[in-house]
Write a protein that binds this ligand. Structure first.
Ligand code: DC
Length: 228
């Protein structure tokens, strides 16, 4: 069998990665791997056990909890030790702590191994903060998505309002800024654009535009390879 194809997309929260990645995976018939969901599931476990201030316990949890993702009908079902936590991992509390948990090097080491295992044998569209640099540095196609802070906040605000109702735009901006700061400045594999990633500013793009641009790039690259 020929080598599986990996499309990796990185960028800050609200840059349009998840929705686009899901749609692209569906269109191409690839698996979708939401790496952020894994950090979120672990953070949910940390909060549940109230061990936020105990790094040793967080690392132990990262090595022992069973986090599984299933891509079903365009959605990712996330289970933690067999329990469906797909909704819970999107809560305000998880949003507020996930960057701190994911900045711990040993946590990253463990989850990156699991992500690489998932991507070792199947065609994949994946997204996160380090999928183009640390998880799949040899990905076939890499994208780096950006958007203005106000646009990113607006997107997250609408998502949150639909789900939970009670949040202000100021809270969303504060959370995004804090996460941007931690995700981009942590010691291990911070969010950064890989040299060979294609950068797309999605501020003025609809999700359909975004998907179209990425799919066109995928076709261009594969056409070039087929013609070689
Ligand atoms: O994409 P998201 O908002 O669901 O990601 C949640 C957090 O998880 C993000 O703020 C930082 C962390 N994360 C990470 O450190 N590395 C990844 N590859 C994906 C997410």
């Amino acid at each position: 069998m020929s080598k599986n194809i990996i499309i990796a997309i990185d960028g800050p929260a609200g840059s349009g990665k998840s929705t686009a990645a899901k749609m692209i995976a569906e269109k191409l018939g690839f698996l979708y791997l939401d790496t952020g969901a894994m950090y979120r599931a672990l953070t949910y476990a940390v909060l549940k056990l109230n061990v936020m201030d105990d790094e040793e316990k967080i690392i132990h949890l990262a090595k022992t909890v069973k986090i599984e993702l299933e891509f079903r009908d365009g959605n990712t079902i996330v289970t933690l030790n067999g329990t469906d936590v797909s909704e819970e991992i999107r809560s305000k509390e998880v949003n507020n702590f996930v960057s701190k948990v994911s900045a711990i090097p040993e946590v990253r080491e463990e989850l990156v191994i699991q992500q690489q295992r998932i991507g070792s044998h199947t065609n994949l569209v994946t997204e996160g903060r380090d999928t183009t640099t640390a998880v799949f540095p040899k990905a076939d196609l890499k994208f780096y998505l950006t958007a203005s802070l106000s646009k990113r906040a607006e997107r997250r605000f609408h998502e949150f309002q639909e789900k939970y109702g009670s949040i202000t735009i100021e809270e969303v901006i504060k959370n995004l800024k804090e996460r941007d700061q931690i995700d981009s400045h942590r010691k291990t594999s911070p969010l950064t654009k890989a040299d060979d990633a294609i950068e797309i500013d999605t501020t003025e793009l609809t999700i359909e535009d975004e998907v179209e641009i990425i799919i066109a790039k995928v076709k261009e690259i594969y056409q070039e390879n087929l013609n070689k």
